[in-house]
Write a protein that binds this ligand. Structure first.
Ligand code: SF4
Length: 329
């Protein structure tokens, strides 16, 4: 389901099947490949050449043999793809697809905090979650994803202090699993922060045999009652590893259920807030409004007109060093 964006004119309805045919023709003409994050609308994932989390897609972008990439996701992901594949044209269906987490940490504020800590004589290493702007990445020592964070943090000498940005919940989870204390930036994802512990406990009670799978961007109280914690790729691999049918309560962005169903159709997947409404109906409160800006029409239009495009910025050079070191080596 595509949510209307407040303040914007709704798109004029076009048949999705016609749009898919048009997109396919344009893709051949422009020699383009489509990359889609697991949180974009399922019908976009279905026409994509590559789907995945932000790490997998950033890596895929470097190996694709095509001059044009259409990145269906949010802005920081398009930036990472461009930075790691500077010779390719990286288009995005909607450049306004941002991220509340990335926006919670702005480069000037981060620089001010780093300067303050260093002026106090503290020997800090700045570790950034991939959900950050390129300007922020250019100020950091390491970039991590939920998949490689533990390994990178374990490599940092124990005597150095870690400043972790921007997700306080992921940071707290990493403190638990690595045993390292960290200075945490107070950012959070607007989607993962809304899960209610009370509703989740009620759902567990109603479905005592269910397995709770949660993204580490969720608050600590949700992770504490979860059976499996992992990023989107790990969730996918986990459900695939269980051959017998199970019922999963899924605490992440609701569109993630689409790739889970495709990977392991034998299971039942219930979005956590969706079963909490008094009416018993599902709700869309765990849908990311930024990811929802990607639509088939916008994918068609960006292929047709060759824009909007992620344009190289001066700070991309420095962000490239840290991204390559962290994600590709
Ligand atoms: S789900 Fe959260 S972290 Fe992911 S793009 Fe949306 S706002 Fe950002």
């Amino acid at each position: 389901m595509i949510l209307p964006i407040l303040g914007e004119k709704p798109e004029i309805y076009e048949d999705p099947l016609d749009l898919m045919v048009e997109i396919d023709t344009l893709k051949q003409e422009k020699q383009a490949k489509i990359l889609a994050h697991y949180y974009v609308d399922g019908e976009i994932q279905d026409i994509a050449d590559y789907t995945g989390d932000s790490l997998k897609l950033a890596r895929d972008a470097t190996t694709i043999d095509a001059p044009v990439i259409v990145f269906c996701g949010v802005h920081f992901m398009g930036e990472s793809a461009k930075i790691l594949s500077p010779d390719k044209t990286v288009l995005m269906p909607d450049l306004l697809a941002g991220c509340s987490l990335a926006e919670s940490c702005q480069a000037p504020e981060l620089k001010a905090l780093q300067d303050k800590l260093r002026a106090e004589g503290r020997d800090i290493v700045t570790v950034a979650y991939i959900n950050t702007t390129a300007a922020v990445k250019s100020l950091c020592d390491w970039i991590v994803t939920s998949g490689n964070a533990r390994e990178i943090i374990d490599r940092i000498p124990a005597e150095r202090e870690i400043l972790f940005v921007p997700d306080q919940h992921l940071g707290r989870y990493l403190m638990d699993v690595t045993g390292r204390s960290m200075i945490l930036w107070p950012g959070a994802c607007m989607v993962h922060e809304i899960f209610s512990l009370q509703d989740l406990l009620r759902a567990k009670k109603n479905h005592p045999e269910s397995i709770v799978i949660a993204h580490p961007e969720c608050p600590h109280n949700i992770l504490e009652v979860s059976d499996f914690i992992g990023g989107t790729e790990k969730m996918r691999t986990y459900v695939q590893s269980l051959a017998e049918p199970h019922r999963f309560l899924v605490a992440t962005e609701s569109e993630m259920i689409h790739p889970l169903r495709k990977a392991a159709p034998q299971h039942e997947y219930i979005p956590v807030p969706g079963i909490m409404e008094n009416t018993g109906e599902t709700c869309a409160c765990n849908r990311c409004p930024h990811m929802a800006r990607n639509t088939l029409q916008k994918v068609r239009d960006c292929l047709k007109y060759g824009q909007p495009e992620i344009v190289w910025q001066p700070y991309f050079d420095q962000a490239r060093d840290v991204l390559q070191r962290s994600l590709l080596q």
